[in-house]
Write a protein that binds this ligand. Structure first.
Ligand SMILES: [Zn+2]
Length: 294
């Protein structure tokens, strides 16, 4: 059998050490990719200024320690500015970008069309004249963000665990006011460059997948297969965080962490390789894993 040309990936944000929930998502992404003969890529999403190189290094060490392997060196988004700029240039050439001068507060307070989906950008800056733009630029005194001029309000993606999922596609930001490529743009471009055709990640990111799939289609990229896996929560249903106690690999210990991840997935295994022999996407838990530190 020829393995598929595509790849899966894990893309940690190096703003805090990985906790047991992030590690479990990484293991799942790895299992999905390896069980289908795909390559597996590692991408450090370090565009945000809260990121830290030491944390990124520790994240990669932790992933390697639990047995997650990846093909080629880890990619760092900050090393690919040219890649994002070239796509932004392409979109601008097609008249698909416009400047947005709105603050978060402006957007929250702007009048919304009666049937506009909650949380969607209301289009305040979409149809400004050149004169109006010049005035807004002077008034706000800050560099504008760039938004994508979309022609849809929703888009449907297919998810292996959630089925058809329809979510908002508004005129979302593709380059922030500080000049940094926006998350939704960077993810789509990086996945296309890496031939990633399988996106497995936490289901908190499911709502952003319609925007990303829409952009991928606009750019002529193939749409990946999605699997948004349940998060790990603490008992009250809140997200797991570092302050919740022993949640990092250093605190839990590698052997114990791998065993906990295996048992949370219903496997009897002490290594990720053993989990791979038992992996069956249809049998995956569909509800969050409630984690009790210690
Ligand atoms: Zn605006």
């Amino acid at each position: 059998m020829t393995p598929p040309a595509g790849a899966g990936r894990f893309a940690p944000s190096p703003s805090a050490d990985l906790h047991i929930g992030n590690l479990r998502t990484a293991v799942l992404a790895w299992l999905f990719a390896r069980s289908t003969g795909r390559r597996f890529l590692m991408r450090v999403e370090d565009l945000d200024d809260r990121t830290d190189t030491d944390i990124a290094d520790r994240q990669l060490q932790d992933l390697a320690a639990i047995g997650v392997t990846w093909d080629g060196p880890a990619e760092w988004q900050t090393r690919h500015a040219i890649r994002y700029d070239s796509v932004l240039g392409e979109l601008a050439e097609h008249g698909l970008l416009y400047e947005c001068y709105c603050s978060r507060k402006d957007i929250a307070q702007a009048p919304h069309a009666p049937h506009a989906p909650q949380g969607a950008y209301p289009g305040t800056c979409r149809n400004l004249s050149d004169d109006e733009r010049a005035i807004r630029r002077l008034e706000t005194g800050r560099a504008p963000a760039l938004r994508l001029r979309t022609d849809a309000s929703t888009y449907t993606v297919h998810d292996l665990l959630h089925g058809d999922y329809t979510g908002i596609v508004d005129d979302f930001v593709v380059r922030r006011g500080d000049g940094v490529p926006a998350y939704n743009l960077a993810v789509v471009v990086d996945d296309a460059v890496g031939s990633v055709d399988q996106v497995v990640r936490g289901d908190d990111l499911l709502p952003s997948s319609p925007r990303q799939a829409y952009l991928a289609k606009l750019l002529g990229y193939p749409e990946p297969t999605y699997a948004h896996v349940p998060l790990v929560l603490k008992e009250a249903g809140a997200r797991l965080a570092k302050r919740d106690g022993a949640v990092s690999l250093a605190e839990i210990g590698t052997k114990a962490a791998v065993a906990q991840i295996a048992s949370s997935l219903g496997y009897s295994a002490t290594t990720v390789e053993q989990m791979l022999t038992q992996f069956e996407p249809a049998g995956l838990p569909r509800t969050p894993w409630i984690y009790r530190p210690d």
